[in-house]
Ligand binder design. Structure first.
Ligand code: DAT
Ligand code: MG
Length: 149
């Protein structure tokens, strides 16, 4: 089973979207295996967004993600990495499809509500960056046969 890292950013938490966002992944059929509300340190933020270090928006991004609590999560399921990106929508909320999280709730690229890993390698890196092994719970929901053939 595949796993991905998702984080509800400070804007999503402040706007009271945590419940709705978690609900979207639950009702899709994915399994929550890690969850914590946390204040992100500058060090973690800079590591997480390290790939964007040279971009002009990097400083603002780090400032934003460390400005208020974030909900960090790991979700599991078949194809969850790519599917979560679809549920999240395109980076700029103005062009994200309606029905996606960003498309339904955002208007600004610097306030796009949620992060999701973009590939298997980054998912693995981000899960181990944000979570200790003993913070993740391996479990099989009893409804699994009603979600997987
Ligand atoms: P995504 O979050 O869809 O994977 P990304 O990895 O390209 O997008 O960028 C990471 C975050 O950086 C993105 O969620 C919002 C911010 N960002 C990206 N491009 C930006 C830009 N041109 N101006 C301001 N913020 C930007
Ligand atoms: Mg990205």
């Amino acid at each position: 089973m595949e796993r991905t890292f998702l984080a509800i950013k400070p804007d999503g938490v402040q706007r009271g979207l945590v419940g709705d966002i978690i609900s979207r992944f639950e009702t899709k059929g994915f399994t929550l295996v890690g969850l914590k509300l946390m204040k992100v340190s500058r060090e973690l933020a800079e590591q997480h967004y390290g790939v964007h270090r040279e971009r002009p928006f990097f400083a603002g991004l780090v400032e934003f993600i460390t400005s208020a609590p974030v909900v960090a999560m790991v979700w599991e399921g078949d194809g969850v990495i790519a599917s979560a990106r679809k549920l999240i929508g395109a980076t700029n909320p103005l062009t994200s499809d309606l029905g996606t999280i960003r498309g339904d709730y955002g208007v600004s690229i610097g306030r796009n509500i949620i992060h999701g890993s973009d590939a298997p390698e980054t998912a693995q890196q981000e899960i181990s960056l944000w979570f200790k092994e003993d913070e993740l719970v391996s479990w099989q929901p009893t409804i699994t046969p009603w979600i997987y053939e």
